[in-house]
Design a binder for this molecule. Structure first.
Ligand code: ADP
Ligand code: AMP
Length: 221
């Protein structure tokens, strides 16, 4: 299965792509997670990306396209992948088409998670993750089963993203509207775009995605 999850920051792409990764045994690829790992390691890519990410802007297409090209060539993608946070501009979408064409991989589809802006802000403001295993939580919508303990790995260490603060969220939503939303007509014109109601609760969104996958002929795991 080769799938793109599209949607603004906070729409639920990470949440849903991790569920699909577990269920379908394909690689979840988040360019945001990859960049955060580069920042953490202090690499040259991390240094280039950090200030842009902190301001809520988009990192250069060239850097991201190179990163994705290397990532999808790795063996864990042989069974398929779900792209979360990529492509984010029309040039990135075009570069992906070229990359898939060269590697003779067919994209199954693009699933858009539609969520209103006020809800996005609430989701982003309450987001936190396990610092050890990366499991995602929310202050209101998904608390750990036992307060202060990660459901997945038992760690008590949680973190919040620096770009999830209120001042940056606005810039990120603007970047989405100006630079990422034009991808929607790009994939619609190719007959690849499927939209789901991302305002529903997590289980209901998952069920809608499963229904799309059935419709486009992805075999159940
Ligand atoms: P994205 O990867 O698109 O930025 P996330 O998957 O990280 O978004 O979700 C943002 C926040 O909203 C997280 O804290 C997550 O737990 C929460 N969340 C995700 N999907 C839903 C949903 N359907 N209903 C309520 N909260 C959600
Ligand atoms: P995300 O985790 O997807 O919300 O991404 C966090 C930040 O990483 C974004 O606000 C951008 O600065 C950067 N980023 C992630 N993916 C991309 C991409 N495909 N193109 C450009 N910048 C990206």
């Amino acid at each position: 299965m080769e799938l793109i999850l599209l949607g603004p920051p906070g729409a639920g792409k990470g949440t849903q792509s991790k569920l699909l990764e577990t269920r379908y045994g394909v690689a979840q690829i988040s360019t945001g997670d990859m960049l955060r790992a580069e920042v953490k390691s202090g690499s040259a890519i991390g240094l280039e990306a950090k200030s842009i990410m902190d301001s809520g802007g988009l990192v250069s297409d060239a850097l991201i396209i190179r990163m994705i090209g290397e990532r999808i060539a790795r063996p864990d993608c042989a069974n398929g992948f779900i792209l979360d946070g990529f492509p984010r501009t029309v040039p990135q979408a075009e570069a992906l088409d070229e990359l898939l064409h060269t590697t003779k991989v067919d994209l199954d589809g693009v699933i858009e998670l539609k969520v209103d802006e006020a809800v996005l802000v609430a989701r982003i403001s309450g987001r936190f993750t396990c610092a050890k295993c990366g499991a995602g939580y929310h202050d209101l919508f998904k608390r750990p089963r036992h307060e202060g303990v990660c459901d997945v790995c038992g760690s008590g260490d949680f973190s919040r993203r620096p770009d999830d603060k209120a001042e940056t969220v606005h810039a990120r939503l603007e970047a989405y509207n100006a630079q990422t939303a034009p991808i929607l007509p790009y994939y619609r014109a190719k007959g690849r775009l499927h939209s789901v109601d991302g305002m529903a609760d997590m289980d209901a969104v998952e069920a809608q995605i499963e229904a799309v996958l059935r419709k486009i002929g992805v075999p159940a795991p």
